[in-house]
Design a protein around this ligand. Structure first.
Ligand code: AMP
Length: 279
């Protein structure tokens, strides 16, 4: 496994593999890797000749400076895990290698910018787009792999790729969960033992949603889950919504025969966690 830290060495490697007509799968991450990230590498390995993982904590996508400061970092363990997974290339740049010129662009993702994560984390998706547009242009992957865990992000990235007319396929991969159902997240490591127990309520609520989706209206399910959330002191709800999986517009009425996705964000103590399930 080769570890690259500069745009120049990355460019040299990319040119070489393009000359050899090898396909490249790309997994962008912010490090503090867990099995969820590794599952993306595994998906990439299944359909591409070579796989590249980037590790870069992108300051531009943090709307909360405290969140950036406390974001977990474990570069040595990350490299060990990547080596083990069979990843071929790792790009681990400093910010100066990513943002080589002043950042001017502002992206417009329409409704996706103004609902759910878009409304709660102003500027977040613009920051995601700023880093991914640079990484996509530098890595020139054939396919890029993202987790359904960040469902709204997958929709934003697909829109970004279309807007920039980039020749790459964006692939959404299933959510990998802990034994008790909690979606794996780098932020889970920041939870105290008691907070970690509280966090296990999130997948439990998602199970309730699955059970009710066949018989109850979107409004009734929302009321039920908001009721459940209010019963757990220590959890501060940010949102729970049932949406159209195509554009995240909020659904009302019966869900029978309609594609739908339930999305949730809560604070457990100071740590913000998200989850979702397709219904
Ligand atoms: P992050 O390092 O949090 O920016 O995540 C990097 C990629 O890993 C994103 O595409 C995430 O959606 C994905 N990811 C994070 N957690 C999980 C998970 N539990 N299962 C699958 N993919 C995940």
């Amino acid at each position: 496994m080769q570890v690259l830290t500069t745009r120049q060495s990355l460019g040299e490697h990319i040119n070489e593999l393009k000359n050899r007509q090898l396909t490249l799968g790309f997994v962008p991450t912010m490090g503090a890797l867990h099995q969820g990230h590794i599952s993306l590498i595994e998906s990439s390995k299944l359909s591409c000749d070579l796989s590249l993982c980037s590790i870069f904590v992108n300051p531009r996508q943090f709307n909360d400076p405290n969140d950036l400061a406390r974001y977990p970092r474990s570069p040595e363990k990350d490299l060990e895990m990547l080596k083990h997974s069979g990843c071929d290339l790792v790009f681990m740049p400093e910010a100066s290698e990513v943002y080589t010129e002043p950042v001017k662009e502002n992206y417009d993702f329409g409704l996706l910018d103004s609902v759910l994560e878009g409304s709660r984390r102003p500027g977040h998706f613009n920051g995601v787009a700023q880093v991914l547009s640079r990484l996509f242009k530098a890595v020139m992957p054939d396919k890029a792999f993202f987790g359904q865990k960040d469902y709204q992000q997958v929709l934003v990235v697909k829109k970004l790729v279309k807007q920039l007319n980039l020749p790459l396929e964006v692939i959404s991969c299933p959510i990998i969960r802990e034994n008790d159902g909690l979606a794996m997240s780098s932020r889970n490591s920041l939870l105290s033992v008691s907070e970690r127990k509280l966090a296990a309520n999130i997948p439990r609520w998602m199970e309730i949603v699955q059970e009710l989706a066949g018989t109850q209206s979107a409004e009734n399910i929302k009321l039920r889950i908001e009721g459940e959330m209010s019963l757990v002191p220590g959890i501060i709800p940010e949102y729970f919504e049932i949406c159209d999986p195509e554009d995240l517009s909020i659904l009302q009425g019966s869900l029978k025969g309609r594609p739908a996705i339930a999305l949730i964000a809560v604070f457990v103590g100071k740590i913000r966690l998200i989850d979702n399930c397709l219904l």
